[in-house]
Design a binder for this molecule. Structure first.
Ligand SMILES: Cc1cc2nc3c(=O)[nH]c(=O)nc-3n(C[C@H](O)[C@H](O)[C@H](O)COP(=O)(O)OP(=O)(O)OC[C@H]3O[C@@H](n4cnc5c(N)ncnc54)[C@H](O)[C@@H]3O)c2cc1C
Length: 352
């Protein structure tokens, strides 16, 4: 009997697989990566700042510290480069923003807001509209999610079963579960927004948000290892190649890119850069956002061998390593799950 079956093949499933591997927890992953595009289209950015209010993103210190440790360990295991440390360029719209930035950079946001106010007229960034002044956010970066999933799939190939999980084949036993011929102590579901088809966890309150993103090529920009954020973002991903994102829509849960999304991204881009470019890709996916914007992780209220790991929303890259570790410590050492992410916060509303 193995310890866990992981259902899914996106970011959540693969982060858990690495945590399980590091802790000698025996698992099989059952996934069909073609059912959802989300992890394969994400820009993979982590950003500690909520720009709207110029505040720290929830648990930013702990999450960023853990993600750096975790993805660096994965780089060693997979023998490949996965993360890029970057700064975010944030143009100021008005003087008030500049003053608030300065104040907060000297207070509790000192680790993230660079106190130096940059004059855009020095033209460090060719063809970018940066307003008069801009600030730089430190301790940001991105994970190459496509490489992370591809390399992880290769590394765990003997433990991956590529198929759509058929819930009707799951049987509960006294000491675990049986799926077809596999006996496991536990099963954990990481299906992203497709959890709506899971008869055991379809009650978790997700508010999925479709997102579209484009990839462009141009030789008229010159920034490297930066993310320019101006009501949308542009980030260099390869030589003369940039990702531009992203849109949000709550009325469409397909992975199909739309004309409306493309127009919106082109409009955003027009306000960020002023140069020619070639569109080389346009993709869409559905983010598994939760109603209260926190992950949803933990045990089924009735079937104690069933678990869920979901609700990563717009910040999966930041959230998954820390809460994957929290979940493993919960399983191995009976450490409590963080109350804000524990699925038990929804038990009363669904199982009263
Ligand atoms: C345009 C866009 C940009 C984004 N940018 C960022 C970003 O910059 N930074 C960031 O942190 N996050 C970003 N995100 C969000 C990020 O993609 C998600 O937080 C994360 O990928 C969610 O991962 P997941 O594994 O929970 O879900 P998913 O990626 O949806 O993975 C679920 C997996 O389960 C599989 N599956 C589902 N049901 C079954 C079944 N019955 N049988 C077998 N397999 C099944 C699916 O095929 C899929 O492989 C972005 C998302 C989008 C759409």
């Amino acid at each position: 009997m193995i310890d866990f079956i992981i259902v899914g093949q996106g970011l959540a499933a693969n982060v858990l697989a690495h945590h399980f591997h590091q802790n000698s927890i025996r698992f099989k992953m059952i996934g069909n990566s073609k059912l959802s595009n989300c992890s394969n289209v994400a820009a993979g950015i982590w950003n500690p700042i909520v720009f709207k209010r110029l505040t720290k993103s929830w648990m930013a210190d702990e999450l960023i510290s853990e993600l750096n440790i975790f993805y660096s360990a994965c780089e060693k295991t997979l023998n490949t480069s996965l993360i890029t440390q970057r700064q975010i360029i944030k143009p100021f719209v008005e003087d008030q923003e500049k003053n608030l930035w300065l104040k907060k950079s000297q207070q509790n946001l000192g680790a993230f807001l660079n106190p130096f106010i940059n004059d855009s007229h020095h033209l460090d960034f060719k063809n970018c509209y940066l307003n008069d002044y801009y600030g730089l956010v430190e301790n940001c970066g991105n994970l190459d999610l496509v490489a992370f999933i591809k390399k992880s799939d290769e590394f765990f190939k003997h433990d991956i079963i590529s198929q759509t999980f058929d819930y009707s084949n799951l049987k509960m036993e006294e000491d675990g579960i049986i799926f077809k011929t596999i006996k496991a102590k536990h099963i954990i579901f990481c299906e992203g927004h497709l959890v709506k088809h899971n008869p055991f966890f379809n009650w978790i309150p997700l508010k999925p948000a479709k997102g579209e993103i484009i990839t462009i090529q141009t030789n008229e920009l010159n920034f490297k290892n930066k993310i320019l954020n101006k009501n949308g973002f542009i980030m260099d991903v390869a030589d003369q190649t940039y990702k531009v994102g992203a849109t949000y829509a709550w009325d469409d849960s397909t992975d199909q890119p739309t004309n409306k999304g493309l127009l919106e991204l082109k409009e955003k881009l027009k306000k960020i850069i002023g140069c020619n470019y070639q569109l080389i890709n346009h993709q869409a996916g559905v983010r598994p956002s939760s109603a209260d914007r926190r992950p949803i992780i933990g045990q089924h209220p009735k079937y104690k061998n069933l678990y869920v790991f979901n609700g990563l929303g717009t910040k999966g890259v930041m959230l998954a390593p820390y809460f994957g570790k929290n979940f493993v410590n919960f399983c191995l050492n009976k450490q409590a799950l963080h109350p804000d992410i524990n699925v038990n916060r929804f038990y009363d509303s669904h199982f009263a």
